[in-house]
Design a protein around this ligand. Structure first.
Ligand code: F0G
Length: 383
């Protein structure tokens, strides 16, 4: 059994709400669940954990989850969420969110996005035969993501403004038009994303740290909730520390934690090469700060150069990710340098999205292919 509860005032809300009357974020709370899965490392997928997912009908699924967890170096694991159907972790949330849209009888779904949410939503809406509407910050979304949203049939609207503004606007659009809002302010989406925690424990047990990029701050909140639920239902005894990574030009959560605050000061003009996390006013800040403080974790900021270097390092180790995703490894490297970590801890970095999402950044970093006449001697010259 589950209820939708306000994290600020504790009021129980109905399933159609996104936030409480008091303005607080909502959270799904489970009680008296009969756990019917085994943490045995087998058959990983989002829906393996269905007894802890708040849906009441057959799910709209594209076989999301079950992503590879690589041991990148000693004690350092990388969970490659780019291996999901649309190439990012968002699919875990969308399989639940779009299922909920059908359950609530919605005919259309909508989101604002830095790209991946829109790609994923468009894909699942297509599968569910729902109309999909997307608001993007014009010129600031990686090409692969726009391509996905368009091809899966969403109506894609680029606004001359940033992501934070797009989110404000899409909330109004949803309210006026009756569309179902599928940004991470939607508590059901986060329920799907918490399965990242379930899968990590399923495969390697509880790590000491989980490190991941933080943009709109939903995923760090979701993963922490996942670990806490496993503890609540007696499946684990320990909890990891949650470490968020933000780009230096888009770092409101970093600043809040640095100053010991439980609220953020929004950043007006966020900027970073990692366009996925180019966000100045993260909607889930309150949940994310709670996850970080409760777990006794931290937030680290990294430069664009560190992000790009980490992207290259992962790629040269056989793991192709987009810049935002590489910020988790960049954060790990920085924490080692600062002596916060010493390499003996078991750490899982979440690689949130696939390399192919952002081909343009690759050309900027790596240059273009060498072009030569179609002749053996000419090829020999450049080998
Ligand atoms: N990594 C990638 C690749 C993302 O696309 C996002 C968020 C994040 C990390 C941060 O996750 O928002 O839960 O803190 N992308 C959203 C989008 C904002 O619209 O695709 P978060």
């Amino acid at each position: 059994m589950y209820r939708l509860v306000c994290i600020e005032c504790g009021k129980v809300n109905n399933e159609g709400s996104y936030t409480c009357e008091c303005g607080g974020l909502l959270e799904v709370q489970f009680e008296d669940v009969e756990i019917d899965f085994k943490l045995n490392g087998r058959d990983l997928s989002v829906w393996k954990y269905r007894c802890l997912l708040p849906v009441n009908r057959d799910p709209v699924t594209l076989k999301e989850g079950g992503t590879p967890l690589y041991e990148f170096s000693r004690n350092l694991y990388v969970k490659h969420e780019g291996a999901n159907p649309s190439g990012s972790f968002k699919d875990r949330g969308m399989t639940v969110g779009v299922t909920k849209a059908l359950e609530l009888g919605k005919k259309a779904v909508a989101c604002a996005s830095t790209g991946n949410t829109s790609a994923s939503m468009a894909m699942y809406a297509a599968k569910a035969n729902l109309r999909a509407y997307v608001l993007l910050p014009s010129g600031k979304v990686a090409l692969g993501k726009v391509a996905q949203a368009l091809m899966h049939g969403a109506k894609v609207i680029a606004i001359r403004g940033n992501f934070d503004r797009a989110l404000e606007l899409v909330r109004i659009v949803c309210e006026r038009m009756g569309f179902y809002l599928l940004n991470s302010v939607n508590p059901f989406r986060l329920e799907g994303q918490k399965t990242i925690a379930f899968e990590i424990v399923d495969e390697i047990g509880v790590p000491d740290y989980v490190i991941l990029p933080v943009g709109n701050a939903g995923n760090i909140s979701a993963i922490w909730k996942g670990f806490k639920e496993l503890e609540k239902f007696g499946l684990i005894d320990d909890l990891p520390k949650m470490i968020g990574v933000q780009a230096r030009g888009a770092n409101p959560i970093y600043r809040a934690v640095r100053d010991g605050r439980d609220y953020i000061d929004p950043i007006k003009n966020p900027e970073t090469v990692a366009t996925a996390i180019r966000i100045g006013n993260p909607v889930n800040a309150r949940k994310a700060l709670r996850a970080i403080y409760e777990s006794r974790g931290t937030v680290v900021e990294v430069s664009d150069e560190e992000i790009v270097n980490a992207q290259r390092e992962l790629a040269r180790g056989g793991i192709g990710v987009e810049p935002a995703s590489a910020s988790s490894l960049a954060g790990y490297r920085r924490l080692i340098e600062e002596g916060y970590l010493n390499g003996d801890e078991v750490v899982v970095c979440i690689a949130t999205g696939h390399l192919l999402k952002d081909p343009e950044i690759v050309l900027k970093i790596c240059g273009r292919p060498i072009e030569v006449p179609a002749d053996f001697d000419e090829i020999l010259k450049v080998l």
